[in-house]
Design a protein around this ligand. Structure first.
Ligand code: NAD
Length: 375
């Protein structure tokens, strides 16, 4: 039973799908571990540490040859998998909607592609959820990125030279990333407010010491939608939300937007006209920039300035904290595979009809089998 850890090939990707810690744990389960040379270097995990943890180092072809499971952060280009064993599992964040053509190619290669971002939102899968572990770090980093671009301080400071007032931070979208952004901004001493369409977040915002800003008198999503995800809102709601944002945003120094709707473009939350009402020197971080952006004018991979406001649109924010992001991602993968480890078979087995297997399996036996992709 051989597990191969692939080196990431995507531009700007610094993470790695296994760390020396998880390599050791897989080895303890009886797996033969092979790490592609240099796979962890960008995340500060040295080849020698993988070797010390029990892995063999190899070039790509050597890592892939005979492997039963390939671990990746992002989906590898199919042409980089030549020589892969029929029926081998590819376990990674495969971006199935964004990289749809690749899924067909994985099927043609005869491998079983398992997309970790399709992990169902059920209690037993929480510790296997790469979206949560990575969004948490992204929310934290978004606040630090905002602080770095901001020409003023976050906390109130009383100095001999006079007093500096606290920064006002507004978080839009209070999922995993938004909650961490609120907590981080509070730790830095900012005055924080936040909004979401799911009314369940109101209490969560308050419990973190921030002020909830909510559209009143128009129904948002009461409680939680399917899997806790938001759905697209009515036009009436969108108009009320735009008015609320307009009056609030003009008084804010920092805005962090995180609003996403699975499988759809990100909702537009801030228009250019609203941007123009903000004070020069304000900073917006758009964490949804790669899904089309919550902010008009945000550009993926760039920090742009409009009306004196900086809009930060870094791609792949978790990769900017590559060491910790890798550690959590690697643990998600290890938890998933070890949960399904069949001691007698000496390998993980996904039972037929299991909710997790059915949700994440994209391809099998040369076909695309995912309901979400076929539908
Ligand atoms: P997400 O990344 O899909 O979206 C971020 C936030 O944006 C969400 O809170 C969403 O409601 C909000 N949003 C969407 N459209 C909006 C709009 N027009 N205006 C304002 N806000 C908008 O969300 P997420 O981080 O994945 O979390 C969603 C929920 O799922 C949370 O309650 C989280 O705790 C839950 N969750 C559960 C599990 C589990 O049980 N295994 C795992 C992860 C998350």
């Amino acid at each position: 039973m051989k597990i191969a850890v692939l080196k990431e090939l995507a531009a700007g990707e610094r993470r790695v799908a296994a760390t020396p810690e998880t390599v050791k744990k897989f080895a303890a389960l009886g797996a033969e571990m092979t790490v592609e040379r240099g796979a962890g270097v960008a995340a500060s995990y040295a080849d020698a540490d993988y070797e010390a943890a029990g892995a063999t180092l190899a070039d790509r072809a050597g890592a892939i040859a005979g492997a039963d499971i390939l671990l990746g952060v992002q989906g590898p280009p199919p042409d980089s998998l030549s020589g892969v064993k029929q029926g081998a599992w590819l376990v990674a964040g495969l971006n199935p909607f964004g990289e749809r053509a690749r899924v067909d190619d994985y099927a043609k290669l005869g491998i079983e592609a398992l997309a970790m971002e399709f992990m169902p939102r059920i209690t037993r899968a929480q510790s296997m959820d790469i979206l949560s572990s990575q969004a948490n770090l992204a929310g934290y980093k978004a606040v630090l990125d905002a602080a770095a671009e901001y020409g003023r301080a976050f906390p109130m400071m009383m100095t001999a030279a006079g007093t500096i007032s606290a920064a006002k931070v507004f978080v839009m979208g209070v999922g995993v990333a938004g909650l961490q952004a609120i907590a981080t901004a509070r730790r830095l001493g900012a005055q924080v407010s936040a909004t979401d369409v799911r009314s369940a977040t109101r209490e969560q915002i308050q419990s973190l010491g921030a002020k909830p800003i909510f559209v009143e008198n128009v129904k948002g999503i009461e409680g939680e939608g399917s899997g806790g995800y938001a759905t697209e809102m009515s036009d009436e709601y969108k108009t009320a939300q735009a008015e609320l944002v307009s009056s609030h945003i003009a008084k804010q120094d920092i805005v962090i937007t995180t609003a996403l709707i699975p499988g759809r473009p990100a909702p537009r939350l801030i228009s250019d006209a609203q941007l123009a009402t903000m004070r020069p020197g304000s900073v917006i971080v758009d964490l949804a920039v790669e899904a089309g952006g919550n902010v008009e004018g945000a550009v993926a991979g760039e920090v742009v300035e409009k009306h004196g406001v900086k809009i930060v649109g870094h791609r792949n924010v978790p990769s900017r904290l590559a060491t910790d992001a890798s550690a959590l991602f690697a643990r998600n993968l290890h938890t998933f595979l070890s949960t399904f480890w069949d001691k007698e078979a000496g390998k993980p087995v996904l039972p037929e009809g299991d909710e997790i297997g059915d949700a994440i399996r994209l391809t099998r036996g040369g076909e695309v089998v995912s309901e979400r992709l076929r539908g």
